[in-house]
Design a protein around this ligand. Sequence first.
Ligand SMILES: NC(=O)c1ccc[n+]([C@@H]2O[C@H](COP(=O)([O-])OP(=O)(O)OC[C@H]3O[C@@H](n4cnc5c(N)ncnc54)[C@H](O)[C@@H]3O)[C@@H](O)[C@H]2O)c1
Length: 333
Amino acid sequence: MLNFGVIGYGYWGPNIVRNLRNQEGCRVSAVCDQSAAARRRVEHAHPGMKVVASPADLLCVPDIDAVAVITPVWTHYELAKAALQKGKHVFVEKPFTAASAQAEELINLASSKNLKIMVDHTFLFTGVVRKIKQLVDEGSLGKLYYYDSTRVNLGLFQHDVNVIWDLAPHDLSIMDYLLQEEPEAVVATGQSHLNGHEDIAFITAYFPDNIIAHINVNWLSPVKVRTTLIGGEKKMLVWNDLEADEKLKIYDKGVKITSQQGVYNLLVSYRSGDMWSPQIEQCEALQLELSYFADCIRKDERPFNDGMAGLRVVKMLEAASNSLTKRGAMVYL
Ligand SMILES: NC(=O)c1ccc[n+]([C@@H]2O[C@H](COP(=O)([O-])OP(=O)(O)OC[C@H]3O[C@@H](n4cnc5c(N)ncnc54)[C@H](O)[C@@H]3O)[C@@H](O)[C@H]2O)c1
């Protein structure tokens, strides 16, 4: 039996507690939140659960093997470090840390104690992203050209981070997973209108082999949009995450350019074939992710969404923030 302690029971924490409690071979030993209202919510939802106000008290609960840190990003480093120092495996929310130096320190600390770090890049465990990964890996899309994502809605305004640190980790972690490459350079522009943090931003990332990525994140959109286009030489896909069925559509469309000797103009041919929507596995991503985390601990294996994956995303976020302050200057990684 693996015993978990969970720190943070705000918006996302309840999903972690519920999914851990549904996990065979796992138990939630205690939940910690500094807010009295949050602690009352735990007691109401999980009668009999041990509830504490301070992370230090949670880390003193005997038998806890792993700690889930589900608090705002600026607290991740201190809380994860304290848990690792106490010999606990750590599941940390995205984005991993507020700075890459903090992420590096946590990775080294975990490695020196042979402890696991998993960063909650939830989307990597959705049926859609797993299907896209399969299509990319088996070469169905051909050589990739671009990743273009729109992730906009009204709110939820965060008081500690801008829209890039809130919403872009999803796309950056998906790109990192699909491409298995780090970008060469990042450009970002954005603007703040209400609380001093940018509420709208546009990020462009240049990857090797001419792959370009664009991410539009916005808390000031009248409608919610979650649409990603991925273009490849052989096929292109549209992922609309708000569709109940047929979230993913694959288009056999493309462009071929040939030039013959002696012919001055390029010959452009367009291919417009079938569209199909593959079957997507329906399973709650967090359930799968937490089961994988428990497996990695039991089998002493390194998760693919480990601290290094978290660090790569934090580096892209830092580059985007750096570019943003320079109104879109190219930042090389
Ligand atoms: N993976 C996802 O899809 C996803 C979705 C939403 C949020 N998140 C991430 O989850 C994290 C939390 O986000 P949220 O929206 O739940 O925030 P939130 O503000 O709603 O909740 C955070 C909770 O942590 C508690 N807390 C903060 N510091 C604490 C401390 N030092 N000790 C004890 N309790 C403390 C607060 O009282 C609050 O109840 C963020 O990193 C966010 O990016 C991830």
